[in-house]
Design a binder for this molecule. Structure first.
Ligand code: G3P
Ligand code: MG
Length: 248
């Protein structure tokens, strides 16, 4: 088998878990993604105040917990008691903030391929990359695929690629100038914003034999159009079986 074939993506990656039907970045969102056919899940990972790797999107707790505080002002001991399910719907009351290690163990045991997006804080960009790498070395199962992404290339510099672990640079907006200035050609996987991307940019990267992933796409027609342009995967808030394209 060609080495490259050992790492395979699906067209649909459940963004923050199945975040259209469950609270984002929770076990409920991962379970529902899997039960509705997703084989790939994207989750956001950041540091707590005491440098635990937790699964949480925002730098402030307010949107999903109602507590107006920076995540970095709280230790994991505080964070683990917060409810991150009820804001979405009362039926999810009791969902807690997972740690990266809890999620990794779950993915290992349930054949889930994971995209960990590393969220950075000023001054901690390299240390979070190192901590993620350390955690993966100890715990990621060699059976499943793992994609590590970030808008910041500093944490990615600490990630070691293997046949089953790949890195992706996320860009809010692609420009050829940026591509050259930051030596982005060293990356093979690119994550681009649906609102800012067009066919020209996608074709440019595909012609360079890059893989192009696009976030966040919830409309089946848009998903279909991007597929016809050669996009590798989309990040969608829906699980795979709820965003069916009519050609499968
Ligand atoms: O990885 C794609 C996407 O998750 C990036 O944006 O803000 O949803 O983490 P955000
Ligand atoms: Mg994300």
């Amino acid at each position: 088998m060609n080495k490259d074939n050992l790492f395979t993506l699906d067209y649909f990656i459940s963004h923050r878990g199945a975040s259209a039907i469950a609270p984002e970045n929770t076990f409920a969102a991962i379970r529902l993604a899997k039960s509705y056919g997703s084989t790939w899940v994207e989750l956001d990972v950041r540091f707590s105040g005491d440098k635990e790797l937790i699964v949480f999107h925002d730098s402030n707790l307010f949107r999903t917990t109602g507590i107006n505080s920076s995540v970095l002002n709280k230790s994991y001991k505080d964070l683990k008691n917060y409810d991150v399910g009820e804001w979405f719907h009362k039926s999810f009351k009791g969902e807690k903030i997972p740690t990266l290690i809890e999620v990794i163990n779950y993915c290992n045991n349930n054949s889930i391929n994971l995209n960990i997006e590393i969220k950075t804080e000023k001054g901690l960009e390299f240390s979070i990359g190192s901590k993620v790498q350390e955690t993966l070395s100890k715990s990621w199962s060699s059976k499943n695929n793992l994609l590590i992404s970030s808008f910041d290339f500093k944490p990615l510099s600490k990630i070691v690629e293997t046949q089953k672990v790949k890195k992706m640079i996320l860009l809010e907006e692609f420009s050829k100038k940026k591509f050259v200035k930051y030596n982005l050609n060293s990356f093979y996987y690119f994550g681009l914003d649906f609102k800012k991307v067009d066919k020209k940019v996608i074709t440019y990267l595909l012609d360079l034999r890059k893989k192009v992933l696009v976030y966040t796409v919830n409309d089946p027609l848009e998903a279909k159009l991007l597929k016809s342009w050669g996009v590798t995967s989309i990040f969608t808030d829906f699980p795979k079986n709820l965003i069916l394209l009519d050609d499968g």
